[in-house]
Design a protein around this ligand. Sequence first.
Ligand code: SF4
Ligand code: SF4
Length: 115
Amino acid sequence: MKKTGKIVPLLLNMLFRKPNTMKYPYEKATVQKNFRGKLKYDAEKCIGCGICSRVCPAGAIEIEKIGDKKFKAIVYLDRCIYCGQCAESCPKKALENTEEFELASLSKDELKVEI
Ligand code: SF4
Ligand code: SF4
């Protein structure tokens, strides 16, 4: 009898309280500060040292030479574990993690991206 007295007000409170969950994807989800999402690459800064590829624990990034002192980055989004090690290790700050996280795809080919 005593317990019922506590539960009823609690249940009523729960019924009219705003949900803690959000209606994603109908509502845009926000991410925390320092969130590590899809990588961004600045080819102008890259010197092609390859440190990012060497430190990547997932084998998810390759740097390809495309011309004289010109490089491009290829990232395998399905392998990347978004640890941020490549961005952390880049001596030229040519890589950074963005807030982009909606990367799902039905095609594996689409997950190999040039950034
Ligand atoms: S974020 Fe981590 S897993 Fe992804 S490419 Fe960089 S080092 Fe590799
Ligand atoms: S570590 Fe930085 S500068 Fe070196 S290849 Fe990777 S992106 Fe380019």
